[in-house]
Ligand binder design. Structure first.
Ligand code: NAD
Ligand code: TYD
Length: 355
């Protein structure tokens, strides 16, 4: 079996659902259930014998040690993290605690588990750390996309905490021989994404008749990858990646934020037109920029393609279509995640931003 951490979040939940759809191997999901963890994402697995959930913190050493001893997973896939840049700007503490201290503790548990395995189990064991392209910092307009060899230069508390965890993971390979794999992926979108991130925020705001906030001039560029493609890439790296290596994962889809927001509006105009006949684009408002906002991310994903044969299956257009369809089909999910805590966050992040 495999242990997945942070499996009740956006990417982790998609990963578990996809994994069980294509694999016989059972999954144990360890998740702390922060504001971002939502067991409803995994409701389809209620009667699934190959799936089990444990609520807990990756930084709880005794708890994780006991889980590893009891279940003897042949791999650990670490999604657990604080993941939202704006929250890291308002309150970095949890990012340091989970992303750095928590990952360190998890690595210590994994090191102890690994060292007690027999020769064959050791050869098969993998620790896969899911990370981000944000650790590389910001690119200029004419710069080459991030390759795996790009220097690390994180600019936000979030990306700095992820970079720190990536370094720890690397050190556990070089110093202790733990067979680690690290993936650095670009911006994901798809089903179950919490509506604090750009694409789901724009969809749910548009459907609720609210304004669509674009930070600054909206010309910041991100590379966008459909979450199902990311999950397929992680499965492939787990299957055939070389221990100690890092793999950049991207969609070959560089797009400015304003163009993403317009694309979401245009798609909604087609499938859920406004009753007044106007375009959703009319609700776009430019608001105060994010402090330290990275201007451009872009991924050179040739290594994973040439060495492991992975390429994204979705284009931005097909991925957005699927994503918007999912949000239209799941109004109850949207309603339930917009709890009091969500409203507090929206007030904190957008309340003070002038248009
Ligand atoms: P998310 O915020 O939706 O989910 C994070 C999950 O981790 C939640 O279920 C939460 O409850 C859990 N968690 C948080 N702290 C924990 C702890 N201490 N112990 C156990 N569980 C804990 O995040 P996501 O968007 O699904 O991202 C998953 C991973 O992928 C993160 O490591 C993130 O850095 C990375 N990543 C995300 C993106 C993206 O675009 N979302 C892109 C590249 C990499
Ligand atoms: P986000 O989804 O938060 O991901 P990340 O910061 O990890 O890239 O933001 C994506 C881009 O969209 C980023 O450049 C910030 C911008 N953005 C807005 O313009 N408005 C918003 O309300 C949000 C949440 C993000």
């Amino acid at each position: 079996m495999i242990l997945v951490t942070g499996g009740a979040g956006f990417i982790g939940a998609n990963f578990i659902l996809d994994w069980l759809a294509v694999n016989d191997e059972p999954v144990l999901n360890l998740d702390k259930l922060t504001y971002a963890g939502n067991l409803e994402n995994l409701a389809a697995l209620a009667d699934e014998a190959r799936y089990a959930f444990v609520r807990g913190d990756i930084g709880d050493r005794a708890r994780v040690d006991a889980l590893l001893t009891r279940h003897r997973p042949r791999a650990v896939v670490n999604f657990a993290a604080e993941s939202h840049v704006d929250r890291s700007i308002h309150a970095p503490d949890d990012f340091i605690q989970t992303n750095i201290v928590g990952t360190f503790s998890l690595l210590e548990s994994v090191r102890a588990h690994f060292s007690a395995l027999g020769t064959d189990e050791k050869a098969a064991f993998r620790f896969l750390h899911v990370s981000t392209d944000e650790v590389f910092g910001s690119l200029g307009p004419g710069d080459a996309p991030f390759a795996e060899t790009h220097r690390t230069a994180p600019n936000s508390p979030y990306s700095a905490s992820k970079a720190a965890s990536d370094h720890l993971v690397r050190a556990y390979f070089h110093t202790y021989g733990v067979p680690v794999l690290t993936t650095n992926c670009s911006n994901n979108y798809g089903a179950f994404q919490f509506p604090e991130k750009l694409i789901p925020l724009v969809i749910v705001n548009a459907l609720a008749g609210k304004s669509l906030p674009v930070y600054g001039d909206g010309r910041q560029i991100r590379d966008w990858l459909y979450v199902g493609d990311h999950c397929a890439a992680i499965r492939r790296v787990l299957e055939a990646g070389v221990p100690g290596e890092t793999y950049n994962i991207g969609g070959w889809n560089e797009c400015a934020n304003i163009d993403i927001v317009r694309a979401v509006c245009d798609r909604l105009d087609a499938v859920r037109p406004r009753s007044d006949g106007c375009s959703y684009r009319e609700r776009i408002v430019h608001v105060a920029d994010r402090p330290g906002h990275d201007r451009r991310y872009a991924i050179d994903a040739r290594k994973i393609e040439s060495t492991l044969g992975w390429r994204p299956a979705e284009t931005l257009s097909t991925g957005l279509e699927k994503t918007i369809r999912w949000y239209l089909d799941n109004p109850d999910w949207i309603l339930r995640v917009q709890s009091g805590a969500y409203r507090d966050w929206i007030e904190k992040n957008y309340g003070g931003r002038n248009e």
